[in-house]
Design a protein around this ligand. Structure first.
Ligand code: SF4
Ligand code: SF4
Length: 320
């Protein structure tokens, strides 16, 4: 059987998604037995011009991780879309914007001001800012344009599938990859693969009662977790009700609340809105003033409920 051609690329990413490919351990041997890696910047010295010169549709599968934050990310998303039969948004950042997407709470100018003028480690009396073109004595150099907004991959190019997670579980990647290699019929375009069709609460082994009520919210370090009872029932916000399962509820298994990296469950488009409505039903008061004071105990609600999903959510960004 002819080997598939596989590409892996990173946009605005931390590198964790690329590490998750290596974390397939011996599964990586199955992957390289079935596919030739034609492009993977973290591991192979293949130049952009080599990818640009490939015939269209000549890459069987591209895993694009990271969000689209600058003109280089966008250009490579467009090139890889053209060159690939199947383009997968791999990981939370490519899927919904991820942690880099939290920058959508600010403008480019806010970010430049903080980074180039105000940060404690910056000495920049001339208020120098990055420019995309610079003429040096050696010639003109060009750096990518930093966009005002961070985008999930699907807002820039057509995406075939999404594999969620920060990073995705390596075993899930191996399953998806081997399903593609086997030639089995693929799910409809736009399907979230490498995950399950339930919420994390459906999978969670912690004890939960039918009627959860909350009188006070705590941050995880403010309580002594009993390691058995649902975090929400202990007053700690856990995004299990608003998160697709498939990770093995690994944060809760490690005695930390879920932060929502697998994105919204089936039927929900906006994980933050789903979580806020779940919390709204649990607040144990009918008094408007008391309800307000309970809600005010939630620290950084926007960052908490949209930690991995702001650019791909209904909000998209903060209006400035
Ligand atoms: S809210 Fe969190 S701790 Fe509670 S059942 Fe859901 S996943 Fe488990
Ligand atoms: S428990 Fe939640 S935050 Fe942790 S890996 Fe799973 S989906 Fe992501």
């Amino acid at each position: 059987m002819a080997k598939l051609k596989l590409a892996i690329y990173w946009g605005a990413a931390c590198g964790g998604c690329c590490v998750s490919v290596l974390d397939t351990h011996e599964g990586l041997l199955d992957i390289v037995a079935a596919a030739d890696l034609v492009f993977w910047p973290i591991a192979l010295d293949v130049k952009y011009k080599d990818v640009e010169a490939l015939p269209d549709q000549s890459i069987d599968l591209t895993l694009f991780n990271g969000a689209v934050r600058n003109s280089e990310n966008k250009h490579m998303a467009q090139v890889l879309r053209k060159k690939s039969k199947i383009l997968v948004a791999y990981g939370s950042c490519a899927y919904m914007g991820g942690i880099p997407g939290l920058a959508n709470f600010f403008s480019r100018e806010d970010i430049f001001k903080r980074a180039y003028d105000e940060s404690e480690s910056t000495l920049n009396p001339g208020r120098v800012r990055p420019v995309t073109k610079n003429v040096m004595k050696e010639g003109e150099i060009e750096i990518p344009e930093f966009f005002n907004d961070v985008y999930p991959l699907s807002q820039v190019v057509d995406v075939d599938y999404m594999i969620p997670g920060c990073p995705p579980q390596s075993s899930r990647l191996a399953e998806v990859f081997m399903a593609i290699v086997s030639g089995a019929p693929l799910p409809p375009k736009g399907t979230v693969v490498g995950a399950l069709d339930k919420t994390n609460c459906d999978e969670c082994k912690r004890k939960k009662s039918e009627n959860k009520t909350i009188k006070r919210f705590y941050r995880p370090w403010e309580i002594e977790d009993d390691k058995e009872t649902c975090f929400l029932e202990q007053g700690v916000i856990c995004l299990g009700p608003a998160t697709r399962s498939g990770c093995g509820v690994r944060c809760v298994e490690g005695n930390g609340p879920c932060r929502g990296c697998y994105g919204p469950p089936p039927g929900a488009t906006d994980p933050g809105a789903k979580m806020m409505s779940a919390i709204g039903t649990m607040i144990d008061s009918n008094e408007p003033e008391e309800i307000d004071s309970i809600i005010e105990q939630i620290v950084d609600p926007a960052g908490l409920f949209y930690r991995f999903s702001l650019p791909g959510s209904i909000l998209g960004r903060k209006l400035l």
